[in-house]
Design a protein around this ligand. Structure first.
Ligand code: TXA
Ligand code: MG
Length: 320
């Protein structure tokens, strides 16, 4: 097993490498690691800024919700509500190439940014010893999309990760080629009808043998549920007004950058887009109160993570 630093190659034992990778995760860094499906770009799922770094490095134009990885069902139980069907699928297919979307528990410690503001969370217990060593040593759930730039092919070797993300990742753990090579199957069990959100490593018929019919992925409703089509995403219940310079009477104000009134709720006083992304969903929820007429949001620069922030704000503003 090797570890790749972008600029140097170190010979170290497996446990050295895993310990360093786990420390990197705990300090809010990014670690690419193998799973049986594809390599993941991992960060501490409970750290908002670390999760924001994932979107930044992948250059995602919007905040797709991320899959959060756990080492066992006990650690996952505090995070999401496991219904009967989920328990059956977990029993049959975990650890494995299956991701289940479930309601977040009210005291869920995972960043709202990993859920893209939704009330649900995608969870998976992967089947790879190195992924497990990392999760155990870091002692925290790990949010991880595939470790590639947005729009390019998912990586199934450490070399693919290096080509796509290079020195933007703190550590790349090399566990050899991924056995499955395509992403996990994503099934949504958060509503009354199980829905296939993404076909993947485990064929849907295998899942249906255990829990009965699953709505196919190409139904029109499913398109709405897939990334970027945010009708199911969190939108405040009061109107959102964008590019605001100040709040109108009765409006809450969500600032960005230095403002005259330091007491304003501020996505980032220093104008840092990563910090703003990390705060976005939690602050929108905080200001979504019936005693306000609406939320006025200051202009956010349309560069880097600002593109995803603006995308999200525009969608939230469009929903009545
Ligand atoms: O095999 C895999 O699943 C890999 C490895 C690293 O685990 N991960 C992966 O993650 O492919 P990513 O982020 O590239 O894909 C996550 C998929 C997206 O299609 C996303 O929209 C969906 O899961 N997803 C995640 N959370 C969701 C949620 N709360 N509701 C609906 N869809 C969700
Ligand atoms: Mg992907």
């Amino acid at each position: 097993m090797k570890e790749h630093h972008p600029n140097k190659t170190t010979k170290s034992t497996k446990s050295d490498v895993v310990t360093r990778a786990a420390q990197t995760v705990q300090l809010g860094g990014l670690v690419a690691f193998p799973t049986e499906t594809v390599y993941g770009l991992g960060a501490d799922a409970t750290n908002d800024v670390a999760v924001a770094r994932i979107f930044d490095v992948k250059k995602r134009p919007h905040f797709n919700p991320l899959i959060v990885h756990f080492s066992d069902q006990a650690s996952l139980a505090a995070t999401v509500v496991l219904n009967e069907k989920a328990k059956k699928l977990a029993q049959a297919f975990w650890p494995g190439a299956l991701t289940i979307v479930l309601p977040r528990k009210s005291n869920c410690q995972v960043s709202l940014l990993a859920s893209a503001g939704l009330g649900t969370l995608a969870v998976r217990i992967p089947n790879h010893p190195l992924a497990h060593s990392l999760m155990k040593a870091a002692n925290t759930p790990i949010a991880a999309p595939s470790a590639n730039c947005s729009g390019s092919i998912s990586p199934s070797t450490a070399a693919h990760v290096r080509e796509s993300l290079g020195n933007k990742v703190d550590i790349i753990l090399d566990g050899g080629p991924c056995k499955v090579g395509i992403e996990s199957t994503v099934v949504d069990l958060s509503g009354s009808n199980p829905t296939l959100l993404r076909p993947g490593g485990i064929v849907c018929e295998e899942l249906e043998k255990i829990i009965g019919p699953i709505k196919p992925s190409d139904s029109s409703n499913d398109k709405i549920r897939s990334p970027g089509m945010l009708s199911r995403h969190y939108a405040p219940s009061i109107p959102l007004r964008l590019n605001a310079k100040k709040a109108n009477p009765g409006e809450a104000f969500l600032a960005f950058g230095a403002t005259v009134n330091a007491r304003h709720v501020n996505l980032s006083h220093i104008g840092d887009l990563k910090e703003a992304a990390a705060n976005l969903f939690a602050m929108l929820r905080m200001l979504d109160r019936p005693n306000y007429k609406g939320i006025a949001v200051m202009k956010i620069p349309a560069t880097g993570l600002g593109i995803a922030i603006n995308d999200r704000l525009k969608r939230a503003a469009a929903i009545p």
